[in-house]
Design a protein around this ligand. Structure first.
Ligand code: FMN
Length: 179
């Protein structure tokens, strides 16, 4: 089973990328590919830029990569109570080539931040948006206070209760299509 893990962040030290990578590894018999949003960098989307650049190959490549997944593990980062520009940018470019960017592929949606809300505003923003664009969110999990609850060296959640909660979500993951 091909699992694509990605963060809604282009940070080289993204905590959401760490969380997505860990969560993706919890799926049994999964082959995990971790995407880096820096590989999908494009100028800031505008209709004027679109006139200039047309349908960039980079956005096409992003759509193809997403389409190759059987499960998507996306962890969204929170900037000013919303989604990051880096994530929204490739999402916007991609949506101009194919409206169903997320292609109805079963998704585990995550978020984390150093704060106690764990990026829940970004998660809510993602939930509102993705459902219109082929998002098939089967389960969600927010990790609060990343620095206290994640062991970066070991690459795993250090808080047992939170770790157990995520493991249960993965074990009970429902691959069915949205009705
Ligand atoms: C411009 C900016 C705005 C931010 N706004 C929020 C916020 O609204 N809520 C929050 O919990 N964290 C906020 N943060 C902190 C991020 O959660 C933190 O930088 C986190 O590491 C981002 O995730 P990432 O490492 O995956 O990129 C903000 C950080 C930046 C740089």
């Amino acid at each position: 089973m091909k699992i694509i893990a990605l963060a809604g962040s282009s940070s080289n030290t993204s905590i959401n990328k760490r969380l997505a990578t860990y969560a993706a590894g919890l799926f049994e018999s999964g082959e995990v590919e971790v995407l880096d949003l820096n590989d999908y960098e494009l100028p800031l989307f505008s209709v004027d830029k679109e006139k200039e650049l047309g349908q960039p190959e980079t956005a096409h490549a992003f759509l193809e990569k997403i389409g190759s997944a059987e499960v998507i593990v996306l962890s969204v980062a929170e900037h000013n109570a919303g989604l990051t520009v880096a994530f929204k940018n490739i999402y916007d470019w991609a949506s101009r080539q194919h409206k169903k960017v997320w292609q109805d592929i079963p998704m585990l949606l995550l978020s984390t931040s150093p704060g106690k809300h764990g990026g829940k505003n970004a998660m809510e923003a993602a939930k509102i948006s993705l459902k219109w664009y082929g998002g098939n969110i089967r389960a969600t999990f927010s990790l609060p206070s990343f620095n206290e609850n994640f062991d970066t060296e070991a690459g795993k959640i250090s808080n047992k209760d939170l770790d157990d909660a995520l493991k249960a979500i993965v074990q009970n993951f429902d691959y069915g299509k949205e009705t």
